[in-house]
Design a protein around this ligand. Sequence first.
Ligand code: G3H
Ligand code: 13P
Ligand code: ZN
Length: 341
Amino acid sequence: MALVPLRLLLDHAAEHGYGVAAFNVNNMEQIQAIMEAADETNSPVIIQASRGARKYSQDAYLRHLMLAAAELYPHIPVTMHQDHGNSVSTCLSAIENGFTSVMMDGSLEEDGKTPADYDYNVHVTREVVRLAHPRGVSVEGELGCLGSLVTGHGEKEDGHGAEGVLSRDQLLTDPEEAEQFVRATNVDALAVAIGTSHGAYKFDRRPDGEVLAMHRIEQIHRRLPNTHLVMHGSSSVPQELQDIINQYGGKIKQTWGVPVEEIQRGIQHGVRKINVDTDNRLAMTGAIREVFAKHPEKFDPRDYLKPARDAMRKVCIDRMVAFGQAGHADKLRLSGTASRG
Ligand code: G3H
Ligand code: 13P
Ligand code: ZN
């Protein structure tokens, strides 16, 4: 099956009340891990690449790896998504490179760190929709800036995020503005700001409603019942993954992520796409550290990349089952909409 647009996956997810994890990739092993997990659980999947990932892996390699995934697993509907596009031209070059979905993140200016105003966001997002939709490509927009409700900081760990201290208003998507934004842009999915941030260091304790504003999602969903909502910064940062890294010589400070149960609550209120990168990074790093610690004589990359790939596959399976996408690949395919190509 050819790669499919995001809209197709999320419409099916909404119809059947489940969420779909969007996993970030930078290399072949990560794509393999996701596809193996999707195959094992019969899950439709979203594979996404940030600007940094496209630069690291190079568009041509990435494009061919994704086509290989579609060829090897013809029964799995796969969306290839540009994560955090910073400009119209970034989104356009993604489309030219075979992406079937793009995120125009107009919550920040093109530099990826300055909070943008509403009019700028509407302008660039609408332009991407105008260019993408006639080509059958879906568009995700973002309203509100990702960042901690405690410190006011956007997490800069991954090179994309607001600089300086943000106000509570900037850190929480306004439901009324969300309604206007979707009407003005016609996006297929809307990323919302609710206190999550990228990277491992999201919360300094298990988050409650003060720092993880799940009720915002409910308010937004009430106003936009037919819009697919997206949660970014949604790694759960499991304790056991932190422990493995630290057990084998790493230095991860104690931290908390977004509990899976909170994501499941979001799914009941319109969340359809859940972005997960950090958990897979932690899993792979822990597995590699373990091989290095236990077998310092080894030097064949396969000796540590295979365990790393297996560790990521396990995280992906856990999320696919928890978010409810497991068991839906064949149903989606047979529903007729995904049978093109
Ligand atoms: O946008 C957040 C993802 O974790 C991607 O991170 O920009 O380091 O590839 P990255
Ligand atoms: P995490 O850092 O929580 O995995 O979030 C990833 C993300 O939102 C990518 O856009
Ligand atoms: Zn993100």
